[in-house]
Write a protein that binds this ligand. Structure first.
Ligand SMILES: [Zn+2]
Ligand SMILES: [Zn+2]
Length: 344
C-alpha cells in the first residue's frame, strides 16, 4: 500500500508499505477520507526536520483523522464486520488504567500512542487499528463528515459541552479555522446565537454559511466593544478561543458578561492575563479543553445525525493521496477550510 510520511521542512513523501494484517483484537480499515489537521501541519510538516529526527514521531505515516470501511478483522474482534463504515478514534492506550477504562486514552500514562504521530495513521490506503478505536459511522454521514469528527469537530464538541452552550447564549468563537468553524456549526445547533471572529475573510464567509449570525474582523473593529454593543453592554454569555492567539484569549475573557463561561481550546503561545478584573470579579468559569474522549466521538456522531449537520460543509479542498504534497501546500497558505484526502 501507499502511505504518506511527513518529513518536516514542508516535505511529504509517499512510500510503499506492506499491506497491514490484523493481529488479535485488531482491524484493518480501507481508507475513504483522511483530514489534514493544523496540529500536524505545525508539528510534522512545517517543523525543521532536524528538530524531529530521532524523536518518537519520526517516520510514521501521518494522518490522525481517518474514516473508512472495515477491510479485515483479526482474531477476537466481535461487533464489527467487513464492510462496516467506521471513524477511527485516533488515540490508543494501555486499556487498563482509569483513563483508558473511561474512554480517555488521551490521558493514558502507560502506553498512549496516537495514529498519525507515533503509529501509522490515515494518510495511506489502509490503516491498522485496535478494535476499540473503531466507532461506527452512521449512514447519514459522509466519510469526510466522519474524518472531521475524528479530531477537529470532536475537539470543538468537547469545548462547547464543557461550558454548556445552549439556546440561552450569545456565543463568541475566536478563530475560524476548522475547529472554530466546527464550534460555530455546533453552537448554532445547540441553539446559541453565534458571533465569529477571524482576520481572514474566507474563513468569516465560511462561518456565516455554517451558522454565525455576525462575523467580525479583529483587525478592523474593537471586538470587545462590538460584542458589548450587541448585548446591551453586558457582554456575551459564553465564548471560546480556538486560535491560541494571546489577544484573542484576552478578548474571549473580556467579551463575556458577569457569570460568563469561556473555553480555551487553541494551542501554544504564552499569554498575559490579569485574573482579578478579568476573571475573579466577573465570576467567570474558564475551562481548558483538549481533544475529547472516545465516548464523546460516538455522542457527537449521534448529535450530527439528529440535527442533520454535516461538518464536511467546511471542506474547501479535496485531493487524492497521490497529491498530498499539494494538499499540504494549500493548507499551509492558511486561507482554507478543512482540507481532505479522499479515496474513490
Ligand atoms: Zn488534529
Ligand atoms: Zn491506559
Amino acid at each position: 500500500m501507499r502511505g504518506a510520511v511527513l518529513l518536516g521542512d514542508r516535505k511529504v513523501e509517499i512510500r510503499e508499505f506492506p499491506d497491514p494484517e490484523p493481529g488479535t483484537n485488531q482491524v484493518v480499515v480501507r481508507m475513504k477520507a483522511s483530514g489534514l489537521c493544523g496540529s500536524e501541519l505545525h508539528a510534522l510538516y512545517q517543523v525543521e526536520s532536524e528538530l524531529r529526527r530521532g524523536t518518537r514521531t519520526w517516520g510514521y505515516i501521518g494522518g490522525h483523522e481517518p474514516a473508512g470501511v472495515v477491510e479485515k478483522i483479526g482474531p477476537g474482534v466481535e461487533g464489527l464486520k467487513e464492510g462496516d463504515r467506521v471513524v477511527i478514534y485516533h488515540i490508543q492506550g494501555c486499556g487498563y488504567c482509569k483513563y483508558c477504562r473511561s474512554g480517555w486514552m488521551l490521558h493514558c500514562p502507560n502506553a498512549k500512542r496516537s495514529y498519525g504521530w507515533d503509529i501509522n495513521g490515515g494518510h495511506a490506503d489502509f490503516i491498522l487499528v485496535n478494535k476499540e478505536n473503531c466507532v461506527p459511522l452512521p449512514e447519514e454521514l459522509s466519510f469526510a463528515d466522519g474524518a472531521c469528527c475524528a479530531c477537529c469537530t470532536g475537539t470543538a464538541y468537547q469545548a462547547l459541552r464543557r461550558i454548556g452552550v445552549s439556546g440561552r447564549d450569545r456565543f463568541v468563537a475566536f478563530g475560524l479555522g476548522p475547529v472554530g468553524l466546527s464550534g460555530v456549526m455546533l453552537a448554532k445547533a445547540m441553539g446559541a446565537e453565534v458571533i465569529g471572529v477571524d482576520p481572514i475573510a474566507e474563513r468569516r464567509e465560511l462561518a456565516k454559511r455554517l451558522g454565525a449570525s455576525i462575523v467580525l474582523d479583529p483587525t478592523q473593529v474593537d471586538v470587545v466593544a462590538t460584542v458589548r454593543e450587541l448585548t446591551d453592554q453586558e457582554g456575551a454569555e459564553a465564548a471560546a478561543d480556538f486560535s491560541g492567539n494571546p489577544q484573542a484569549r484576552n478578548q474571549a475573557l473580556d467579551c463575556v458578561r458577569i457569570w460568563g463561561r469561556v473555553a480555551f481550546v487553541g494551542e501554544g503561545n504564552l499569554t498575559t492575563i490579569n485574573p482579578s478584573p478579568q476573571m475573579l470579579h466577573k465570576q467567570l468559569t474558564v475551562v481548558g479543553s483538549w481533544v475529547f474522549g472516545l465516548w464523546e466521538l460516538k455522542e457527537l456522531l449521534d448529535f450530527l445525525v439528529r440535527h442533520k449537520l454535516h461538518p464536511d460543509q467546511m471542506v474547501t479542498h479535496r485531493f487524492p493521496l497521490e497529491e498530498i504534497s499539494k494538499a499540504f501546500q494549500v493548507f499551509d497558505e492558511g486561507r482554507t477550510g478543512k482540507v481532505m484526502i479522499e479515496w474513490q
